[in-house]
Design a protein around this ligand. Structure first.
Ligand code: PHE
Length: 337
């Protein structure tokens, strides 16, 4: 019987057939149990022998079935592994690398430069109070210079900041009379009609340095460093008198034309110079309003338009290119440094 079972098992290669065969042999009505059918007609001695014989058969059969079951399981695993083999020669997924937006690149360049010069980076909210955006900067309500910076009001005391200068105010109030050396890049808003050079939302980077014996020479040095870093090592700068309510004296800063180098061309309207930013020595009244003693500590401030200098750097003619998310535009700055 066992020999016969061994032969049958050899032909089996799946669990279904195996279970079937197992039932035929070991089931209640299986071949092995059937051997006990005429037990009642036997002598006690014969009964004992038959019992032992049947038990032995059961044990041997069970061992054979277990062994075969293991074999089938193993074969299944091997088959599964074969099916799931990874083809390492298959081409992988393609990940498209983005590029740094040119405006962010300019901010990164400015931060690297000024942090290297010992400045800290300060930030402030884009929704600002009238007090910090104007009043503490020497622009009381009704001041005519407010017209240059009309913005979006949430209510008469709350507005979208028209300049990054309120971060100066916030920093001065927080530093309580101590020296300051910061730049503050960030978004600003004005009620401008959008065209090639204006946008209702744009970016500025403010600078503020306060300390003992800070002079306009320091301002000029910082601005020259900045012009060179962003627009090229051979840039020169020139300061022209100007007016801002929060600086006195105030200057408008020009850089030698990035296209012709100063000879005169269509870009600089034949003047050789291009205006890039406003600056000046912090107005004493502003210092006093923000908790500083102008006899002890003075300094300078400047504010530069991020879009403006980025357009000059790359020769971009329409400011709207920065905001339209056109990949054909953005991908050109892959190699930009
Ligand atoms: N905040 C000024 C502007 O937006 C620029 C500026 C900043 C001028 C700091 C002087 C000092 O026009």
């Amino acid at each position: 019987m066992i020999e016969e079972l061994k032969i049958k098992l050899q032909e089996i290669n799946n669990l279904n057939d195996l279970n079937q065969l197992k039932a035929n042999y070991l089931g209640k009505k299986g071949l092995i149990s059937a051997k006990m059918a005429n037990m009642k007609n036997l002598t006690p001695e014969e009964k004992k022998n038959l019992g032992q014989e049947v038990n032995r058969l059961k044990q041997e059969a069970e061992a054979l079935f277990n062994e075969k079951e293991k074999e089938i399981h193993q074969a299944l695993v091997v088959e599964q592994l074969k099916k799931e083999t990874i083809d390492v020669t298959m081409p992988g997924y393609k990940f498209n690398l983005g590029t740094i937006h040119p405006l962010n690149q300019t901010i990164i360049d400015l931060e690297n430069l000024f942090v290297g010069l010992g400045y800290e980076i300060a930030e402030g909210p884009e929704i600002e109070t009238d007090e910090y955006c104007f009043e503490k900067l020497n622009l009381p309500k009704g001041h005519p210079a407010r017209d240059m910076q009309d913005t979006f009001y949430i209510n008469p005391e709350l507005l979208l900041r028209s300049q990054t200068s309120p971060v100066q105010v916030r920093t001065m109030l927080a530093k309580e009379g101590k020296p300051i050396q910061i730049i503050c890049p960030g978004k600003t808003y004005r009620r401008d009609a959008d065209d090639a050079t204006h946008s209702h939302q744009f970016m500025q980077c403010e600078g503020l340095v306060l300390g003992k014996n800070i002079t306009m020479a320091d301002l000029k040095g910082a601005l020259l460093d900045m012009a060179k870093k962003i627009l090229g090592d051979d840039r020169k700068i020139r300061l022209r008198p100007s007016y801002f309510p929060f600086t006195e004296p105030s200057v408008e800063v020009d850089v030698s034309c990035v296209k012709c180098g100063g000879k005169g061309c269509s870009m600089c309207k034949n003047s050789g110079w291009i205006e890039i930013l406003g600056a000046g020595m912090v107005n004493h009244h502003v210092l006093e309003m923000c908790g500083y003693d102008p006899n002890e500590i003075q300094g300078f401030a400047f504010g530069v338009g991020i879009e403006r200098i980025t357009m000059l750097k790359y020769g971009i003619e329409d400011i709207r290119n920065f905001y339209s998310n056109d990949l054909r535009f953005l991908k050109q700055f892959k190699e930009a440094k």
